[in-house]
Design a protein around this ligand. Sequence first.
Ligand SMILES: O=C(O)c1cc(=O)[nH]c(=O)n1[C@@H]1O[C@H](COP(=O)(O)O)[C@@H](O)[C@H]1O
Length: 271
Amino acid sequence: MTTNQLISEIKKKQSFLCIGLDVDLNKIPQHLLKEEDPIFAFNKAIIDATHHLCVAYKPNTAFYEAYGLKGWKALEKTIRYINKNHPEIFTIADAKRGDIGNTSTMYAKAFFEDLAFDSVTVAPYMGKDSVEPFLAFEDKHTILLALTSNEGAFDFQTKTVDGKELYKQVLETSKTWKNSKNLMYVVGATKAEYLADIRNIIPDSFLLVPGVGAQGGNLQEVCKYGMNAQVGLLINSSRGIIYASKNEDFAQVAVTKALELQREMQVILSK
Ligand SMILES: O=C(O)c1cc(=O)[nH]c(=O)n1[C@@H]1O[C@H](COP(=O)(O)O)[C@@H](O)[C@H]1O
């Protein structure tokens, strides 16, 4: 999917919501455990109920890898289901990959070619030759970790190296890489106060912003400092939407939670 297609979908749906499909068999409604593939059954119900309210889905691969072959098969079924039934929805493989060049190429093939995701999250730590193999794929997006939502972000990302914070160096240096137009960046919603500085460095790029909901990030604050003329934001909520109810009404309650965020987004977009 191109960035322009994503932007037009945001305008059409009046939403820049990304729903995180982080499936934990201990948290899903217990009646689903009787299904042949409980993970896919859960995702299908969430997707069927919420696809009109969001522009992106983000399965975090950890929640699938944890269940071995069964989990990977459920991930494959989920992405195929979205691509077949809702091809207008932007898909993010939250896998946080990155390795030496030839290995990164294989990671990129796994997510962009075999599973046909639109994007994958990548860690910048190994530098240019670990990220450029992902950027080589046309109309696919590499979402680079810039400033993450967790407490540990302060261990390295905000430390000053050569007179500048490391996350700023990641933003600036990554702009010089080949096919950098295919980059998006992760900035945690819990770090909203950094967004003005971040926008000075990357005014036009899309940002994936997780941390609204369960981690306490604030949508209004994120939009105030992070939104650009093309919106430029994908706001992710996972647990706050998909586990809002543990009962048989889980998909309907997920709709209520997604609708709350979409309505707030619609108001922000109308300003
Ligand atoms: O790359 C991510 O999506 C990510 C980056 C980050 O800085 N913080 C963060 O929470 N995430 C992911 O975003 C999701 C957040 O989930 P909830 O806290 O349940 O909404 C999880 O899949 C996290 O792995």
